[in-house]
Design a protein around this ligand. Structure first.
Ligand SMILES: [Zn+2]
Ligand SMILES: [Zn+2]
Length: 188
């Protein structure tokens, strides 16, 4: 069975080098749907608590929210950083508090201090799905990701690959010692 959750991401991007309107900087509210598959955990009668999927995903994905997403070779990148630098917000601002941990993967690097994500490939809906799967594949048994941006959407299916021991009392993943980080349950 599957547990499914969605989250909203508001972001600006452009398709650098693309011959269409999308080559100009513009913004979207993207809706990301993550489907997690496993057996039903008999203790809680759930696959996985949806709010926990959301919490796990949001911890890293909040770096994409109210963020600028540019490809690594886009000349807007140094130009924008130059403006941020001159304005004194390149390395953070007191109001920029909704930041996740900086990350660097094969496909994307997050600079939470200035709400920027630099990508290897153009950030299309397909590109975003690849980035999200890569960031979350070890944490959740993801079998499907759908990303909708305006009227455009993409989706991809994946094979569940993790064996995740879940707490019979609150449903979340047990840590490496078999202890629930939320309620303290310990696996016997
Ligand atoms: Zn767009
Ligand atoms: Zn628990």
């Amino acid at each position: 069975m599957r547990s499914i959750t969605t989250l909203d991401l508001q972001y600006a991007h452009r398709f650098y080098g693309f011959k269409g309107e999308a080559q100009y900087l513009h913004g979207h509210t993207g809706v990301l749907t993550i489907e997690v598959e496993d057996s039903v955990n008999p203790g809680v009668n759930m696959v996985f608590p949806c709010n926990e999927i959301q919490k796990t995903a949001w911890a890293v994905l909040k770096n994409f929210d109210h963020a600028l997403i540019l490809r690594e070779d886009d000349p807007l990148l140094p130009a924008v950083l130059d403006v941020y630098e001159k304005q004194g917000i390149r390395n953070g601002a007191p109001s920029n508090t909704m930041t996740g941990p900086a990350f660097k993967t094969e496909l994307a690097t997050a600079y939470p201090e200035c709400r920027l994500v630099v990508t290897k490939e153009t950030m299309t809906v397909e590109g975003m799905i690849k980035i999200v799967y890569d960031l979350l594949k070890d944490k959740l048994n993801i079998v499907k990701i759908t990303f909708t941006s305006g009227v455009n959407a993409g989706s991809a299916d994946f094979e569940p690959k993790n064996v995740i021991d879940r707490c019979p009392l609150c449903g979340i993943a047990l840590d490496e010692n078999g202890v629930c980080p939320k309620c303290g349950y310990k696996k016997k």
